[in-house]
Design a binder for this molecule. Structure first.
Ligand code: DAH
Length: 340
């Protein structure tokens, strides 16, 4: 077959192919086949040099024409296909009458909500927020808090030991020590944070939980300041009618020590399941700072007095929000967390 015949056949085949390609992949295949570097047009042009002079000129002109036409056919096909792929203006308009898709709103963790409420009240009473490490040393978790080595009171605050040294704090009372080591009196601080104890896990125990510690130190703080401050806080927290009572207790770092109960904020003291018919809910430990603690941090125990308190967050959250299993706080299940 002559080169001219070849070129004419190629012209027809390729044009038809470009007109019919159904998609960009097929278009690219056709481009490679007809116009590519080792495609049919190049092959036909390579044969021009076999021709005699006159024929060569004629075939050369035809080859150029074919090349122009096919390039155009390729571009036309390209435009057709990209129009199929719906440019923005050709796409269907969004339907403004459809109902919107709601973005679910996040909520703060129930424990965070309780911590924030407790802390906000103390902030209004002039307390700062303090913070301390969760990995502690023996001095901050025990010794400085008047719990000497080998003393049985250590058992109450047993904890996890960290390989390579250090322990996980078992109470936020450690922050009292950090604050007093770093600041001179007078001071008033609250310290929310996570603590650890090697408790067997069940509906009311977990190996990690949260406390809020409080400490006020000044030259003439008395037990009356403790009672007044905590009773006012309880009324702000649980309602104006909330009563408080203080029962004698023992903590190594306070003397005297007390447990504070609040009148049940469910039944207002009449007796219900939450308060186990007693009318009272046990809320926190407190007391006057033991002079030994002041001495451990270098405060003058003759000049200064103070009160301290510590409360568990999980129990307050569970009672006030009707949550019956402490493990729910730590499972990160949005079906639970989203309810608060
Ligand atoms: N740290 C105690 C606990 O974990 C709670 C506590 C009681 C803290 C009395 C205090 C306090 O500051 O004065 O059980």
């Amino acid at each position: 077959m002559s080169v001219l015949d070849d070129l004419n056949r190629l012209r027809e085949d390729a044009r038809r192919a470009f007109e019919r390609v159904p998609g960009t992949r097929e278009l690219e295949q056709a481009r490679v086949r007809y116009l590519g570097r080792s495609g049919e047009l190049r092959a036909a042009m390579a044969r021009l040099k076999e021709l005699a002079r006159e024929e060569k000129a004629q075939a050369g002109r035809l080859a150029n024409t074919v090349k122009g036409e096919l390039t155009e056919a390729y571009e036309t096909a390209q435009a057709r296909l990209s129009a199929d792929e719906a440019p923005a203006h050709a796409r269907p308009m969004p339907d403004p009458t459809l109902p919107g898709r709601a973005q679910p709103r996040g909520t703060r963790h129930p424990l965070t909500q309780v911590i924030e409420r407790v802390v906000a009240i103390f902030e209004r009473l002039g307390f700062d927020v303090a913070d301390g490490p969760e990995i502690e040393d023996d001095f901050h978790n025990f010794t400085a808090l008047n719990i000497p080595e080998h003393h049985p009171a250590r058992d109450d605050f047993d904890t996890f030991f960290v390989r390579g040294g250090g322990i996980l704090r078992s109470q936020t009372s450690t922050v009292q020590i950090h604050v007093m080591q770093n600041r001179p009196p007078p001071l008033r601080v609250v310290a929310p944070g996570r603590v650890y104890r090697p408790d067997a896990v069940d509906a009311t125990h977990f190996y990690a939980f949260h406390q809020i510690e409080g400490l006020a130190v000044d030259t003439d703080i008395t037990f009356a300041d403790l009672k007044g401050t905590l009773s006012l806080w309880a009324r702000e927290m649980f309602g104006e009618e909330t009563g408080t009572r203080f029962r004698p207790s023992f903590f190594p770092f306070t003397e005297p020590s007390a447990e504070m109960d609040v009148s049940c904020y469910f039944c207002h003291g009449r007796g219900c399941r939450v308060c186990k018919q007693s009318g009272w809910i046990e809320l926190l430990g407190c007391g006057m700072v033991d002079p030994n603690v002041f001495e451990a941090v270098g405060y003058d125990a003759e000049q200064y007095t103070g009160f301290a308190f510590g409360m568990g967050i999980e129990r307050i959250a569970m009672q006030s929000m009707g949550i019956n299993d402490i493990r729910l706080f730590f499972e990160n299940d949005l079906r639970f967390l989203g309810q608060f």
